[in-house]
Ligand binder design. Structure first.
Ligand code: VG1
Ligand code: CO
Length: 544
C-alpha cells in the first residue's frame, strides 16, 4: 500500500478551545481541514511511532468519515496500533477509561459534545494524553502552533476499514482493533458502585427511573448498564439509539433541551428519578420527582455522601470545582476537612490534581461531575453515584437535597447564556469590565458591598503552569458572586456566560424560586456590565 504525502496550507482558525477544536461540519469538510489538524497532532506527539492510540466518537454526522481518514493517516504516520470503538462509537468517558485500561499512548475523540449535529450542525476533535484526560494547554498550544506552519500531511492509500464487526485488522503496517465500546466501561462502573444494592432498588417494582440519552452516545451504555446489568425494566432508557443528528435536537442535558424528560418527571405519575446525558456522554442532569438538582449541588451532595459508595468510602483526598461552579462543595470539603481546589473552566485543568491524588471528585456547574476513575467528566457515573446513594438512604431525591441544604445552607445558583451574540461587542463587554476592575473593587451597589473584583488567574499547584484571563469575578461581602466569561466551545459568534450565586443559611428561606432569589444579583450583573447594550439582547437565550 502506498503512503502519499499531500501538500497543504495552514488554516488560521485551528486553535483548540475549552475542549478541543469545534467547528461546523461544513468547516471540517473543507479539503484538508481535518487532515491538517490530525497531522498537527501527530507532528506534536513525541515518540508516538509504534504506539497504541484509542479512537472513537459520539456517532454524530461525519464521525465515520473522519475515522476512516484518521485511521489511514495514523497508519501513514507509523502509529503501531489503533483501538477503535465498534461503529466508530466511544463515549468520552469510555475513551478515557480505555486509554487507561490498555495503557495507550493517548486517544483521539471526535465530538462536539452538547452542540447539535447533522450536516448543518457541529463537529469536533480533541486529543487525550496517556492519563486518559484532555491534553493540557501546553500540548493544545503546540498542536495549534504546528497547524500554523503545516505544509503537508501523510495518508495511506487503502480501502475503508469495516468498523462494524469486532476484529483485529491490518492497515498497512498498523494494527486496527475494533473493540466493544461498552464492556470495559461497564466493568469499571461495576467496580465502583454497589450494583447489588442498585439492582434491588431498580428491579423491586417500587422505584422507577427514566434515563434520557437524547439520541446520543450513551444509549448503548445506558441500556447495557441499567436494563441488562441492573435489571431496570426495558424502556427505562429513552431515546437510546444514537442518531447522526441526535434527532434534530440539542444533546444538552438541561431543563431547556431535555424537555421530554422534564415533562415526564414533572408530569402526573412521575417516576422517582430522572437523568439525561449529553452528546458524548460526559455531562449529566439529575432530576427527582418534580425536582431539579443543580449540578453544583449535585457535586456537593456526592461529596457529602461518598462514604455510602464502595469505590469512594473513606478515600476522598480532596475535591475540585471550576471557578464558576458554586461554592456548595466548599462547605462540604470544609466539614470533611479535605482540600478544595478552584480551577479554570474545562476538564483539562483537573488532570494534574487527579493524577497527583490531590482531588478525588471534581465538578463543573455545566452539568459535569467525575472522579479519579477516569480523566474526563462522566455522565453515567454520576447517575450511578446518585442511584447508589438513593439505594442506601431510601429517601427521595428531594428529601436528600433539602436535608443537605439544612445542614450546609443553600447556594442559589444560575447561569445566564447569551448565545450567538456579536463577537466583537462581546469582547468589548469583557474588556470594558477588565478596564473598570480597579474602580469596581471598592464600590457599594445598593446594599451590596464589593469584596473583590478580578480576572481569574490559575496557577496549577502540581506543575506551576499559569492560565490567565479565565473569567471576571466580582464577589460581594455577603458571599454572593457574579462571574462573566466568554464560552470556548461555541461555533457561531460569541456566547457570553453570566454566572450568579448567592448563599442562604436560613432553611425557612430555601423554598424561594432560584431566579427570584437571584433577582437583585441579576439586576446588578446588568448594571455593572451593561449586557443589554453590548449584546443587543433583552434576555438570555438559555437559563440553567
Ligand atoms: C463549556 C462548559 C465547561 C465544559 C465545556 C466542555 O465550556 O462551560 O464547563 O467543560 O463546555 O464540556 P465553555 O467554554 O463553552 O463555557 V463538553 O460536555 O463540551 O465536553
Ligand atoms: Co460533553
Amino acid at each position: 500500500m502506498n503512503i502519499r504525502t499531500v501538500s497543504t496550507t495552514p488554516f488560521n482558525d485551528q486553535k483548540p478551545g475549552t475542549s478541543g477544536l469545534r467547528k461546523s461540519v461544513k468547516v471540517f469538510q473543507k479539503p484538508n481541514y481535518l487532515e491538517n489538524f490530525v497531522q498537527s497532532i501527530f507532528d506534536t506527539l513525541d515518540g508516538c511511532e509504534g504506539q497504541t492510540l484509542v479512537l472513537g466518537g459520539d456517532g454524530r454526522y461525519y464521525n465515520r468519515q473522519a475515522i476512516q481518514i484518521i485511521l489511514k493517516m495514523a497508519a501513514a504516520n507509523r502509529i503501531g496500533r489503533i483501538l477503535v470503538g465498534r461503529g466508530g462509537i466511544l463515549s468520552t468517558p469510555a475513551a478515557s477509561c480505555i486509554i487507561r485500561q490498555y495503557k495507550a499512548f493517548g486517544g483521539i475523540i471526535l465530538s462536539a459534545s452538547h452542540n447539535p449535529g447533522g450536516p448543518e450542525g457541529d463537529f469536533g476533535i480533541k486529543y487525550n494524553i496517556t492519563n486518559g484526560g484532555p491534553a493540557p494547554e501546553k500540548v493544545t498550544e503546540a498542536i495549534y502552533d504546528r497547524s500554523q506552519k503545516i505544509n503537508s500531511y501523510k495518508i495511506l492509500d487503502a480501502p475503508d476499514v469495516n468498523l462494524d464487526k469486532l476484529a483485529v485488522l491490518r492497515l498497512g503496517e498498523m494494527a486496527v482493533e475494533v473493540i466493544d465500546p461498552v464492556e470495559p466501561y461497564a466493568r469499571l462502573m461495576e467496580s465502583l458502585f454497589d450494583f447489588d444494592g442498585i439492582r434491588s432498588l431498580l428491579s423491586g417494582g417500587q422505584f422507577r427511573m427514566c434515563m434520557d440519552s437524547l439520541h446520543a452516545v450513551t444509549g448503548p451504555y445506558a441500556k447495557e448498564i441499567f436494563e441488562n446489568r441492573l435489571g431496570a425494566p426495558a424502556g427505562t432508557v429513552i431515546n437510546g439509539t444514537p442518531l447522526e443528528d441526535f434527532g434534530g435536537g440539542h444533546p444538552d442535558p438541561n431543563l431547556v433541551y431535555a424537555h421530554e424528560l422534564v415533562d415526564i418527571l414533572y408530569g402526573d405519575d412521575a417516576p422517582d428519578f430522572g437523568a439525561a446525558s449529553d452528546g458524548d456522554g460526559d455531562r449529566n442532569m439529575i432530576l427527582g420527582r418534580k425536582f431539579f438538582v443543580t449540578p453544583s449541588d449535585s457535586l456537593a451532595i456526592l461529596t457529602a455522601n461518598a462514604n455510602l459508595v464502595p469505590g469512594y468510602k473513606e478515600r476522598l483526598a480532596g475535591v475540585a470545582r471550576s471557578m464558576p461552579t458554586s461554592a456548595a462543595v466548599d462547605r462540604v470539603a470544609d466539614k470533611l476537612n479535605i482540600d478544595c481546589y478552584e480551577t479554570p473552566t474545562g476538564w483539562k485543568f483537573f488532570g494534574n490534581l487527579l493524577d497527583a491524588g490531590k482531588a478525588t471528585l471534581c465538578g463543573e456547574e455545566s452539568f459535569g461531575t467525575g472522579s479519579d476513575h477516569v480523566r474526563e467528566k462522566d455522565g453515567l457515573w454520576a447517575v450511578l453515584f446518585w442511584l447508589n446513594i438513593l439505594a442506601v438512604r431510601g429517601e427521595s431525591v428531594e428529601e436528600i437535597v433539602r436535608s443537605h441544604w439544612q445542614t450546609y445552607g443553600r447556594n442559589f445558583y444560575s447561569r445566564h447564556d447569551y448565545e450567538e451574540v456579536d463577537k466583537e461587542r462581546a469582547s468589548e463587554l469583557m474588556e470594558s469590565l477588565r478596564d473598570r476592575l480597579g474602580e469596581i473593587k471598592n464600590k457599594q451597589f445598593g446594599f451590596s458591598q464589593v469584596d473583590y473584583a478580578d480576572d481569574f488567574s490559575y496557577t496549577d499547584p502540581v506543575d506551576g503552569s499559569i492560565s490567565q484571563k479565565q473569567g471576571i469575578r466580582i464577589g460581594f461581602t455577603d458571599g454572593s458572586r457574579i462571574v462573566y466569561r466568554l464560552s470556548g466551545t461555541g461555533t457561531k459568534g460569541a456566547t457570553l456566560r453570566v454566572y450568579l450565586e448567592s448563599y442562604e443559611s436560613d432553611a425557612s428561606k430555601h423554598d424561594v424560586d432560584t431566579q427570584e432569589a437571584l433577582k437583585p444579583l441579576i439586576n446588578l450583573a446588568e448594571e455593572i456590565a451593561q449586557i443589554r447594550q453590548f449584546t443587543d439582547r433583552d434576555a438570555p437565550t438559555v437559563i440553567t
